[in-house]
Every structure is written in structure tokens, then in C-alpha cells.
Write a protein that binds this ligand. Sequence first.
Ligand SMILES: C[S@@+](CC[C@H](N)C(=O)[O-])C[C@H]1O[C@@H](n2cnc3c(N)ncnc32)[C@H](O)[C@@H]1O
Ligand code: SF4
Length: 392
Amino acid sequence: MSSCPDIELVLSRSRVAVEPFGVYVHWPFCRAKCPYCDFNSHVRHNGIDEARFLTAYLRELGYFASRAPGRSVGSIFFGGGTPSLMQPGTVAAILDAIAGHWPIEDGVEITLEANPTSVEAENFAGYRSAGVNRLSLGVQALDDASLKALGRQHTAQEALDALALAKRDFGRVSFDLIYARESQTAQNWEQELKQAIDHAAEHLSLYQLTIEDGTPFAAHHKAGTLRVPDGAKARALYLLTQELTETAGLPAYEISNHARPGSESRHNLLYWRGHDYAGIGPGAHSRVTRDGAKRALSTIKSPEAWMAKVEARGHGLASDEPLSAAESAEEYLLMGLRLAEGIDLKRLAHRIDEKRIGVLESEGLLARNGDRLTATPSGRLVLDRLILELAA
Ligand SMILES: C[S@@+](CC[C@H](N)C(=O)[O-])C[C@H]1O[C@@H](n2cnc3c(N)ncnc32)[C@H](O)[C@@H]1O
Ligand code: SF4
């Protein structure tokens, strides 16, 4: 430790500028399981012991603070599952504990993912008082038939009411929609997206429906009883999405995320730019660098098994592995090319094949500007292939 507090302050400020850091809190419970979802989310019809879970979250936070000392927190994200099922007091206690472990940066972004049922909307003011300053609402669709088909627990009107309330209570609001849904045509999507843009604040997440293995949607899809736009139809929906959002001043800063310039999610940028974060709660992932060595950590997915482990040993880690420089570089490439700003080639330290970049540039899939490499609009359409070729 430095003997001079002023020097220490300057050093810690400069470290903040160099290496951003955030905290992710995973709340793994939902009212019902949506048939398309493979996130780590669980339904507990008999309720849960929230106070006991809170104690476990606080203990695991203490553990992660010991693994990531000397950092400052620029963003906090409560994700799920359904964090809007948490009592505001639980959110407040976790935020207080984070502030007790690390300095909190000015302008910290504190996001909570909320489902837009009327019951959950009653908690919004409490989250605001707890310190949450950004709400991300899972609206998913703007008509009741689609919401029913998606297994959602709210109507379109409830979602719009929750959105209006969120806009009143929070400085920053985003909402999610899922497109390329069953039988969705370009015309339907155009109407829905225009309506969404009319309601949008500063940020929108627009996800193309993914059929995830092991979900009821995957079984229906395989059986031919669920037909979703794919191939050329899905591509047309994606291109329409880019066109309408760009015209409305909400361009994509990441494949599925749109914002007015300056309103991008600071926390999500942390992941895509390859920075560090501590993830606490069941099934959370972390990236923590210490003494120049980066590690990838993850916790046990089952909520009860996670809690038992935290109670027994102070953390619920399931894995804790070093990431080699090559693995880190590949991860940065994988995440960074999703961003409109692309990647900084200097950070890859020559771990990328210049010849291959040249070929993909000549095919119009990549664009290079000095040390920055971005996927072009055509490249973004085939991003998975592009990344595979670059990482090979
Ligand atoms: C982890 S979920 C949590 C949000 C919240 N529980 C909700 O459902 O509103 C985050 C977002 O992922 C998106 N999502 C989940 N499964 C998806 C899938 N199979 N395809 C496309 N988007 C999906 C949804 O838009 C959802 O809002
Ligand atoms: S989409 Fe959201 S509400 Fe539905 S199961 Fe997944 S996490 Fe839960």
C-alpha cells in the first residue's frame, strides 16, 4: 500500500480509466418458464427463502471482493431469471454491500431486468429508491396472441403501462422484443417495430428468436408444429430492423442492441469490449484479472445447491480456470466483432492472420481503419462464419 493517500487516489483513478469493472448479480427465479428460454431460470411454486438467499449473495460478494481487490465499480446489472421478483430491500442490501467492497464510480450505471406484469411494476419505485437508475423491460411482443404463444405472463397493455411507469421513475429505460416469431411476416414486424420505436426511450434490444436445444420450442420446431422465419426470411427481418432503427436514430451498436448515441448499456459494453466483471449468484460467470493473469469463473447453476455451497465455504464456484493470452484474444474477437465499433487489433497482439483479414476485406465482410477492425453490414449477416474463419 502507498504511504501517501493522494498518490494512492491518483493511481486508483488512473486504473479506473484504464480497466473498467462491473458486477453482475444473477437472480434465477421466474413466475413461469417461457417455452423458448434456456437461461438459468427456475420456478419455485412454494416460494423461496429470500432472506436466506440474500445472506448467501452477501457472502459470495465478499468472496469476489477478495478475488478482485483494488477495482472500482462502473456498472452493476441485476439479470435473470426475473430480478423484478426481488424485494426492493434485497436489491438495496446487495447495492450497499457492493459499495462497501469497492469504490463506486461517479455516474455508475445500475440496471435491473424487469418483467412487465402489473404486480412487478409496483416495485419500480422501490428499486429506484434502492439506487437502480436503469430499467430493462422484457416486453417481447406488442400483441396478446404473440405474448400468449411466447408463454408470457403479461398482456401488451400491461407491458406498455409498465413501460410508461418505468419512463417516469427511471432516467434510463430499455426494452426487449423478440422477432422472427412464428408466422411473423415483414409487414407484421414493420408495424410492430414502428410502434415499439414510438414508445422507445433511449435503448432497445431486438433479439431474433433462437430455437434453443432442450426447450419446448425446440421440440415443437423439430416436430414441425412451430414454424419460424429462417434463411432469407429471417435475413430480411434483420435488415428491416437495421433500416427502421437507423432511420429513427437508434442504430445498432451491437448485433441486437440499439441506442441513441451515448445511451449504450455501459455494462453490456464491458462484456463485448473484453473487460473484467464479477458475477455473483447461481450460474453467474466472471472474468477477473489479477497480476496480469485473467481467469474465467462460474458458479453452480442450481439455486439451492449454490446456496448450500456458499453457506459451507463462502462461494458457489463450479469452475475457476486461467485464460491463456490466446484464449483471451479469441474471446475478445468473438465478442468485439458483435460491436459496430469493432475491435482494436493492438489488443490481439498479432494473434490474428493478416492474410485472412485481407481476404475477408476483399470479400466485403470486414473493414479496417488503422488498428480498428469491424464487420461490415454484410459481414454481420454471417458473423458466426466470419469469427470462425478469423479464429481458425
Ligand atoms: C435473460 S432474459 C431475462 C429477462 C426477463 N426475465 C424477461 O423475460 O423479460 C433476457 C432477454 O433474452 C431474450 N431471450 C431469451 N430467450 C431467447 C430466445 N430463445 N431467443 C431470443 N431471445 C431470447 C428475451 O428478449 C429476454 O428479455
Ligand atoms: S424469458 Fe425471462 S421470464 Fe421467461 S423464463 Fe426466461 S428468464 Fe424467465
